[in-house]
Design a protein around this ligand. Sequence first.
Ligand SMILES: N[C@@H](Cc1c[nH]c[nH+]1)C(=O)O
Length: 376
Amino acid sequence: MTQDALVTAARGVFEATGAERIDPAYVLPSDIPLELSGEAVRARLCVFSDHRGTEMVMRPDLTLPVAGQEAERRAAGGDGAKAYTYAARAFRLPATDNDPMEFTQVGFEWFGRDRTPEADAEAFTLVREAVAACDVTPTATEMGDLSVFPAFVDALGLARITTDLLKRAFRQEGGVGELLVAAPQAVDADLQATLDANGAKAAETEFRKVLEARGIPMIGTRSEAEIIAGLRGKAAVHDAGGVPDAARAALSDLAEVNCPAAQAADVLQQIADKHGLSSVSSVIERIARRMEAILAAMPSIADEARFRSGFGRRFTYYDGFVFETFGQNLTSRQPLASGGRYDGLIEGLSRSRASASGIGGMVRPDRILRAKGETA
Ligand SMILES: N[C@@H](Cc1c[nH]c[nH+]1)C(=O)O
């Protein structure tokens, strides 16, 4: 199959559901993708300035502009359940030699449907139908659920600042490992003025002085405000003597979860029982029901899918089920299909003028071609 034939095949699967075709804005103000992409994607955004010097960005995926358009529609009074489908170009700076800067994603986004585990399963199996229509054999699937870590943290009953810090750290590259050491390091002395500064602007000024004194340029993908918030949290946790032992033990067990997806609910339940965290049971129940529905529709997935507690940070907008599917000739950073749930995105993009559940998924025909050992 040529790449065009793959696009047609995948698109046919999504259009057969009755979803509306959409081709939203190519160019977005950069603040939206900057906030909502995880660090891995953020570093790869194609950014430029318009005539006023405002930073703009080429859409790094379709979920963001489709959700942006849907947020506008809902903020203007539109409602109901909506399903969209696209076969459209997205843009990211290549992470490897053989990755293109511009590529096609064929996918769908559903808004305003019930937030059920059965809907998660339906979205997953629809993506897999598109993969099957492309006649490629997946080699592996990774699953995760971004509501698990926050639920465990909440169940631990920690001080608010520690809870916030842990949740934020989970979303960042490197994860929470650094926070789970027994005796956390104090924040360096030269950063004290930043911590003591009054107000965000003053803190940023102090922070820039430290960077200058140390000769460090701001080249990372985290903003100054984010770094300072992280420093504040770390200092507070250090002052409090670190994350309490019982919480560290529970979160360390959680961080290690990497098992066949069909066992995920049981494995998580054992950790919850061991550490006496009964309030996570509804999240676990949801994972069990979702997997049951996926297995009922696709029994063969049992051998292919794994569940990892730390999985799913590529986009910050995900807040529930997430998955990626891989094939031959692709690295672990090059899924040929992926998707997930983002129930908070419409509310975020509309600045709370609207809210609606969201879930979607897509396939990448260029990678499917590679997985099949064919060239464009
Ligand atoms: N936009 C995601 C895939 C997705 C679609 N809908 C939900 N998730 C990506 O590019 O990886």
